[in-house]
Design a protein around this ligand. Structure first.
Ligand code: PGA
Length: 252
């Protein structure tokens, strides 16, 4: 099975309602005729429903949430459940983004619960992981990444791996303008695929798309995507400009 090629845009806590509408509409227009590349946008939660309507007739264009609650429902003020996200028309959810791990102290235990909630509501996951700079400098990056993957994904049901996407996001390259070199990205992605084959099976590992995230942009996407085990990108800053996002989409 050929792996899906994917360009995902993590808009984080940016854009007004009108800006979000314009950006999604513009991406939709510009991506007409771009075949075989799956596009996923992750806007702030209040825009999910509006943007789901924009993409509903598109074959390869989806909307996802940047987070979901680990709880099913109840007295959790301010939280949004996977079921609510799905009912707003979204198809994906990010789990394990470094900003959630860092600023909201999300633990592996919570990530496992979030994945369970998402799968119960038929949402697909992009599971994010990656090492901090001090871990790379101390040569602990492989160990760190392996631990993040194994501790969470060993609970992920094998029969749903055809829907699983994962994103390697070296924390030192997120929002910093620093990018992993194509050689660093390929080295880690190959290691990740080997780890996936240990968690699931070699056959399954070959089918899971591994995205690169961390200052991927219109200038470096082509080189990064030319690496054998890089199947696309999870883009932050550069996903806020339709033009750049579309250049990235055309970089395979
Ligand atoms: P960046 O963010 O592209 O702005 O570095 C990537 C991400 O956090 O997903």
């Amino acid at each position: 099975m050929k792996r899906k090629k994917i360009v995902a845009g993590n808009w984080k806590m940016n854009l007004s309602w009108v800006e979000a509408f314009d950006l999604a509409t513009s991406i939709k227009e510009k991506s007409e005729g771009v075949a075989g590349i799956q596009k996923i946008i992750f806007p702030p939660l209040p825009y999910l429903q509006m943007l789901s309507v924009i993409v509903e007739d598109e074959a390869d264009f989806f909307v996802g949430a940047q987070n979901c609650s680990e709880h099913e429902k109840g007295a959790y003020t301010g939280e949004v459940s996977a079921e609510m996200i799905e009912s707003a028309g979204a198809s994906f959810v990010l789990v394990g983004h470094s900003e959630r791990r860092m600023y909201f102290s999300e633990t592996n235990e919570q990530l496992i619960q979030k994945i369970n909630q998402a799968l119960k509501s038929d949402l697909k996951i992009i599971f994010c992981f990656g090492e901090h700079l001090n871990e790379r400098n101390n040569n602990l990056h492989f160990e760190t990444v392996k631990q993040q993957l194994v501790e969470v994904l060993k609970h992920y049901p094998k029969e749903k791996t055809n829907e699983l996407l994962i994103a390697y996001e070296p924390v030192w390259a997120i929002g910093t303008g620093e990018t992993a070199t194509p050689a660093q990205a390929q080295e880690m992605h190959a290691f990740v695929r080997k780890t996936l084959s240990e968690i699931f099976s070699n056959e399954i590992a070959q089918t899971i798309s591994i995205l690169y995230g961390g200052s991927c942009n219109a200038q470096n996407a082509k080189e990064l995507f030319s690496c054998e085990d890089v199947d696309g990108g999870l883009i932050g800053g550069a996903s806020l400009k339709a033009e750049d996002f579309c250049i990235i989409m055309n970089s395979f």
